[in-house]
Design a protein around this ligand. Structure first.
Ligand SMILES: Cc1cc2nc3c(=O)[nH]c(=O)nc-3n(C[C@H](O)[C@H](O)[C@H](O)COP(=O)(O)OP(=O)(O)OC[C@H]3O[C@@H](n4cnc5c(N)ncnc54)[C@H](O)[C@@H]3O)c2cc1C
Length: 397
């Protein structure tokens, strides 16, 4: 008789696993609380749909915090394997200028989801909608709200993180694991906006403006990219990628300080040379013309330092290369692109199995790892799904 595998949660991680399990060996069923699969996957598709990223391994794997946890999954199913698989299921992709990988132009997120669902159908995976999991009974069976209990030989949880609860991924399941003495970590936002207490007149004039081609540093980590000035503070890829470092700094002290380099391609000495060598007498004009600072960069500089510092070329060149900004908080978790926290990595073995609850596995964003947005989150979820499928398919029951 076939063994049964219950996958609880039908997001990218759960679906990826189900497409790869050997249904000649297993009865595979996905249970999801929603009426549909992949709701957060579709939300992710609304902005730029970064399915993965073209950075080659091993640099790719170093984007994750902690870097070691996902290494074996990523080497089993990397970004190239993901693109090949997407192509096989009918989703050709392209590498954008930022090295992010998108479905080819014209392919809508729902079409990507439908291709994955077709694969589930071809693999004879059963899907049970409106099944909200609510813990285990005393015999280890799965309890579903108003649906009774379901007995499965193995259960794989792929319940997602704690942001965007409208998608069904509300993180409320955490207490079910805590009740079983499984080590959990409270959720925190990641890849989110950061609060800066801007002077009113500055942000009224510059809200929504990007600061392009800058770099940001905090605690020895520097990321090049772009941020956008918002009423709340700042958002954007360069700051998202520093989420683990900013979170850590905010845990130690509020505010935490980040440093902007407005001219990352030239040295401080060259900035000073440009300031000194210009025939123009007005500092503002030199900054605009010789150093090509945008209006928003100029305004940010002016509102962050004193007039005396602005007029002192040595001090000014230092600030252009290292402008401190104080972060006083993080956006609410529900608005974050992803979350950290969930099931502690100490609670699972190298095959994602709960150490204290054998035959129960956890994959995807519900585990306590972190990565910048831009394809790394989805790649990790697919890689874990593919890797766990290979482990279960080869397991000698
Ligand atoms: C606005 C936004 C933009 C994003 N953009 C990108 C991007 O461009 N690139 C990228 O890589 N990532 C992006 N992400 C992140 C990415 O979507 C997630 O990391 C990914 O969906 C996580 O997959 P998962 O399978 O672990 O969990 P989820 O996708 O969250 O799926 C979890 C599933 O579990 C179900 N579930 C939850 N609780 C229960 C329960 N008690 N019982 C039964 N079912 C339950 C949910 O209904 C859901 O279907 C974005 C996210 C957001 C919010």
């Amino acid at each position: 008789m076939k063994k049964s595998i219950a996958i609880v949660g039908g997001g990218p991680a759960g679906m990826a696993l189900a497409t790869q399990l050997n249904t000649a060996l297993f009865e595979v069923t996905i249970y999801d609380r929603n009426k549909a699969l992949g709701r957060k996957f579709l939300v992710a598709g609304k902005g730029g749909f970064n399915l993965t990223h073209a950075t080659p391994m091993p640099a790719f794997a170093n984007q994750y915090t902690p870097a070691s946890f996902l290494k074996s999954s990523l080497s089993y199913f990397d970004n190239e394997n993901f693109r090949t698989w997407l192509n096989e299921i009918g989703i050709p992709t392209f590498v954008g200028t930022s090295k992010r990988i998108f479905p080819e132009k014209g392919i809508k997120p729902i079409e990507v989801l439908n291709c994955i669902k077709r694969r589930l159908e071809e693999n004879n995976v059963q899907i049970k909608y409106n099944h909200k999991w609510n813990g285990w009974d005393q015999s280890g069976n799965l309890i579903f709200e108003n649906r009774g209990v379901i007995k499965a030989d193995s259960a794989v949880f792929a319940l997602g993180g704690g942001s965007w609860k409208i998608t069904g991924s509300d993180g409320r399941w955490l207490k079910n694991f805590a009740r079983m003495n499984i080590k959990t970590v409270p959720f925190s936002p990641s890849n989110c906006g950061y609060k800066i207490d801007w002077p009113k007149n500055f942000i009224q004039a510059h809200e929504g403006k990007p600061l392009k081609n800058i770099s940001i540093s905090i605690s020895n980590k520097t990321i090049k990219g772009e941020i956008v000035l918002t009423n709340y503070g700042i958002e954007g890829n360069a700051i998202y990628a520093l989420s683990p470092n900013i979170r850590k700094a905010l845990n130690l002290s509020i505010p935490a300080t980040i440093y902007l380099d407005l001219k990352p391609t030239i040295s401080e000495a060259d900035v000073l040379k440009k300031l000194n060598d210009s025939a123009n007498k007005k500092v503002t004009e030199i900054l605009k013309r010789s150093l090509k600072l945008s209006k928003a960069q100029l305004a940010l500089l002016k509102q962050s330092i004193t007039k005396e510092e602005f007029l002192n070329k040595e001090k000014l060149s230092k600030y252009i290369k290292q402008l401190p900004l104080k972060i006083s908080g993080m956006a609410p978790i529900d608005q974050a692109i992803s979350s950290v926290g969930g099931i502690s990595l100490k609670a699972v073995d190298t095959k994602f199995q709960l150490i204290d609850l054998p035959e129960n596995y956890c994959i995807g964003e519900m585990l306590d790892w972190d990565a910048p947005t831009g394809g790394y989150l989805l790649q990790a979820c697919f890689s874990m799904g593919f890797k766990l499928a290979s482990e279960l398919n080869s397991k000698n029951y």
